[in-house]
Design a protein around this ligand. Structure first.
Ligand code: UD1
Ligand code: MG
Length: 451
């Protein structure tokens, strides 16, 4: 059993952003939320985030998934942990994580805690071996390989700078020992800060056992300091997410081109074609094809749906339906089973019932359309009078001729036929033929008379 403290009070100056660093997103989820979720998945009973810079915004973004401690002035990582003293005093084992290292895996946290417990250590630093350790704190070991201390880049000797084993910034502590060591750290270093890293030396001096757990995949420790590192973390996370879906039975033609956010569900034998964006909250069934260029955001797509180069926002599409190419389904639509939403069709805040066909160049907004309706090309619901929006209701088995306008509010009964080119301004009773256009006049020989 353990609890976690997440350090997230820093400025993040190098992001050059109005927002605090840790709410920048990787694959649709704020950096610090990745870390909080990993801690919880690893079994952390409780999580406390230490926040300072942009605290109000952070609280709003993170919500009530953890508790908070405030570090009003950023005086170093040791000082940050001290702000969570009330929280730490209630705990037995404490894991320290950084809000800007979103790639840490829950299994890694779990394994580090197990290693710490098995060794009976009072402090365990999670380390990694990097080809280039520049900028990181270095792990200094003695001749037997026991950890002696961590030295920051700015305080390191030339010899120490050659060490490639680095401090990930993540630790496991015995809570009491942590409180004891925090009480003894001093800001006498190159940066004039209270370094959390100094706690190791303090504990060793007090005769306590200190260890190191080396993380195999060094990607996991990558902290984000600027937008280049943000994009690299996103690349790594995107690969993880796509591989998870592929292992679950999803086909991806060019996975590097596919962007899928956290928290998306995709059924087996669904194929995702190149250049597709799928955002959080989207659920896709089995045996679907999500064609090139599609963007799905908060979409619920049932089995056997085929979507080509289309945009679907916060809407539901039932099984067997075909969408696109170039359809735009805006929020709050429900599209039924075996429907066709063809090219250059826009739907908004509408219900389209089973078996209806809207094949091309049509706008349907604020409407309830029945089953098996056929829309001719170029149908428009005129749902807005400049002030208010009105609904159009169309019954089952209607046939709407090409270029029909519905000046809503309009009610159309079942089985109605509408002549092409009609502008419908009044309700139509069931089973009628409605023609609402001027009659054609042909003036024969007109051209010759004009001369
Ligand atoms: C720290 C470690 C370094 C390690 C590196 C790993 C120390 C002294 N150094 O260095 O050994 O290799 O992380 O990335 O611990 N923070 C606060 N309040 C503060 C200062 C920092 O909340 O007063 C938070 C930051 O928001 C960040 C984390 O602590 O999430 C790390 O701080 P940062 O300034 O990035 O430390 P580094 O210099 O990178
Ligand atoms: Mg850092």
């Amino acid at each position: 059993m353990f609890t976690s403290v997440i350090l997230a009070a820093g400025m993040g100056t190098r992001m050059k952003s109005k927002m605090p660093k840790v709410i920048h997103k990787v694959c649709g989820k704020p950096l610090c939320k990745w870390v909080i979720d990993a801690a919880k998945e690893a079994g952390s009973e409780d999580v406390c985030a230490v926040i300072g810079h942009g605290a109000d915004e952070l609280r709003k973004t993170i919500g009530d998934i953890c508790s908070f401690a405030i570090q009003a002035e950023q005086k170093g990582t040791g000082h940050a942990v001290m702000q969570a003293a009330d929280f730490i005093e209630k705990a037995q084992t404490v894991v320290i994580l950084c809000g800007d290292t979103p790639l840490v895996r829950s299994e890694t946290i779990k394994q580090a805690v197990e290693y710490h417990n098995k060794n009976g250590s009072k402090a365990t630093v999670m380390t990694a071996i990097l080809p280039d350790a520049t900028g990181y704190g270095r792990i200094v070991r003695d001749a037997d390989g026991s950890v002696i201390k961590i030295v920051e880049q700015k305080d390191a000797t030339e010899e120490e700078k050659k060490i490639r084993e680095v401090n990930s910034g993540m630790f496991v502590f015995d809570a009491q020992s942590l409180m004891y060591a925090l009480g003894k750290i001093e800001p006498n270093n190159a940066q004039g800060e209270y370094y959390l890293t100094d706690t190791l030396e303090i504990l060793i001096a007090a005769g306590k056992k200190v260890g190191a757990y080396t993380i195999e995949d060094s990607d996991e420790i990558h902290g984000i300091n600027d937008r280049v590192l943000l994009s690299r973390a996103e690349e790594a996370m995107r690969r993880r997410i796509n591989e998870m879906h592929m292992r679950n039975g999803v086909t991806m033609r060019i996975p590097e081109s596919i962007y899928i956010e956290d928290g998306v569900e995709i059924g087996t034998d669904t194929e995702i074609q190149p250049n597709v964006t799928i955002k959080s909250g989207t659920k896709i069934g089995s045996d679907c094809v999500i064609g090139s260029g599609s963007v799905l955001d908060g979409a619920v797509i049932h089995d056997n749906v085929d979507i080509l180069s289309s945009v679907i926002l916060n809407s539901e599409v039932d099984a067997g339906t075909h969408v696109g190419p170039f359809a735009y389904i805006r929020p709050n639509c429900h599209v039924g089973k075996d429907v066709k939403v063809g090219d250059f069709v826009e739907l908004k805040n509408s219900n389209i019932d089973d078996g209806t066909k809207i094949s091309h160049l049509t706008y349907i907004g604020d409407s309830d359309v029945g089953k098996r309706v056929n829309f001719g090309c170029g149908t428009v619901t005129c749902n807005y009078d400049g002030k208010n929006k009105y609904r159009t209701v169309i019954g089952n088995d209607c046939f709407v001729g090409c270029n029909t306008n519905f000046v809503s509010p309009i009610n159309v009964g079942d089985g109605v036929y509408i002549a092409a080119g009609s502008t419908i301004t009044e309700d139509i009773p069931e089973n009628s033929l409605s023609i609402a256009r001027a009659r054609q006049v042909n003036k024969e020989g007109w051209k010759d008379k004009r001369k």
